[in-house]
Write a new protein. Structure first.
Length: 204
């Protein structure tokens, strides 16, 4: 390309060019940007202070001390979280807060439709699995019994254990939904199986 006076760089090239010449490749003597030099000098000045602080004055924690204190902080956060959110206990009292609560029943209905309806029918009338709408229960009809059979399943009969699949809260929502089915008498429901659970033997 021919030399052109109208190039954007109006500076005197010879003044800023360095003496270096590598096979015709030359370089400008551009100073390093100020911020870059400040960082360079800053880190150089900081290094002896750091060595003093860590190894002699003991005012800067070492890597190991820093790690130990962060881990202690994690343990503290975890303990505080566990204290504020105790693990779910399937007691009659906790399950009673789900049973009859419309929001929990609705949540349980959605879970039932996806996970359970194929065997128990969407309305709970029973198909491969027994009728869940009557007051007869093979494995007991208290809230805790229902929670336990949902959690542990009845593997020999083809009812999967849902404990490893659904959270305890989801299973409690399913208990709420199953309880809400009682007495709905859907058409063509399966005949009762198991023993009747009446208000006397029920825990709610
Ligand atoms: C693959 C089919 C299948 C699926 C899916 C299934 N179940 Fe079952 N379920 C069964 C069978 C079969 C039984 C009967 C077990 C027995 O005879 O002991 C049963 C039993 C039960 C019982 C005990 C009934 C009683 O009379 O004691 C409950 C409660 C129950 N299921 C709830 C659920 C819920 C809730 C889900 C979804 C999370 C679910 N099941 C998914 C097949 C299934």
């Amino acid at each position: 390309m021919a030399e052109n006076d109208s190039t954007p760089s109006a500076r005197d090239e010879d003044a800023v060019i360095q003496g270096h010449n590598y096979d015709g490749i030359r370089e400008y003597d551009n100073p390093m940007p100020g911020w870059w030099l400040w960082i360079l000098w800053g880190t150089i000045l900081w290094s002896p202070l750091y060595i003093l602080g860590v190894h002699f004055l003991d005012v800067i924690p070492t890597y190991e001390e820093d790690l130990a204190s962060s881990q202690a902080e994690i343990v503290q956060i975890r303990e505080a979280y566990e204290a504020a959110n105790p693990a779910f206990q399937a007691t009659p009292e906790t399950l009673a807060q789900y049973v009859g609560n419309q929001d929990q029943i609705d949540a349980g209905a959605a879970l039932f439709a996806t996970n359970c309806a194929a065997c128990h029918r969407p309305d709970g009338g029973g198909l491969i699995g027994p009728n869940l709408t009557d007051e007869y229960w093979i494995h007991g009809g208290t809230d805790v019994d229902i929670f336990n059979v949902i959690s542990a399943g009845v593997i020999s009969k083809g009812m999967a254990p849902w404990g490893p699949i659904l959270s305890a809260e989801a299973r409690a929502q399913l208990v709420a939904f199953v309880r809400s089915l009682e007495g709905t008498s859907p058409p063509d429901a399966m005949a009762p199986q198991g023993d009747p659970v009446t208000a006397d033997t029920d825990d709610v």
